[in-house]
Design a protein around this ligand. Sequence first.
Ligand code: DGL
Length: 255
Amino acid sequence: MATIGIFDSGAGGLSVLKEIRKALPSGHFIYYADNAHCPYGEKSAEYIRERARTITRLLLERGAQAIVVACNTATGAAIADLRASFDVPFIGMEPAVKPAALGTRSGVIGVLATAGTLKASKYLNTKGQYQDDVRIEEHVGEGFVQLVERGELDGPEVERVVRASLQPLLDAGADTIVLGCTHYPFLQPVIERIAGPDVRVIDPAPAVAKQLVKVLQDHKILPSSSFAGLTGESPALELLSSGDPTTLRRLAACL
Ligand code: DGL
């Protein structure tokens, strides 16, 4: 059974864990929520790199054989440094600009992400590959992370906060919205309700789960047949956090 470490600034990465558990039903997962230091979105890249190194050490001490950086902001700020510093495979988040650019009919895609992700060179490189073909409109999901960390996922206040960041993208003609922060899928029902049925909302988590399986097979942590063969065993999950675990536990129980 593979032991996988997963971390995020808070509960957001549970949206990635959900997809990973579907792909690896008998995996052993150690999830670390750095909620005492959340949000990462406005923090410096150096600060996030330091947190990522500390969390990685802790996950490795607990036996992680691969680590999923289930946070777009931390991926942008720290994954290159982590790969250079630790001898374990790392899987990061990738905003789904490619499928959005390939699928848009209006020629306009909207990216919702944190300020840190939108200025990271990883995202800017991806964007650079597609911005000649489609218009890419961006907006920080202002207050989204805080809502999810409080476990507030619906209601009039949530709708007001979500609309304030989403509407400018819709007004610009976006027919595809990329969720570029792992907290945002928790608000996907509200996002889809506001955007309406003609707008496609893309969460990259299923693609990340698929990539994890491939990396585990490439590193012989999983035999190449296990993706299809593993079923039936009860999945193990350890939840760790640097702050109050209440919301984390509640959201994890709904996965
Ligand atoms: N969930 C994170 C992300 O994917 C971090 C959000 C934050 O802490 O600002 O970017």
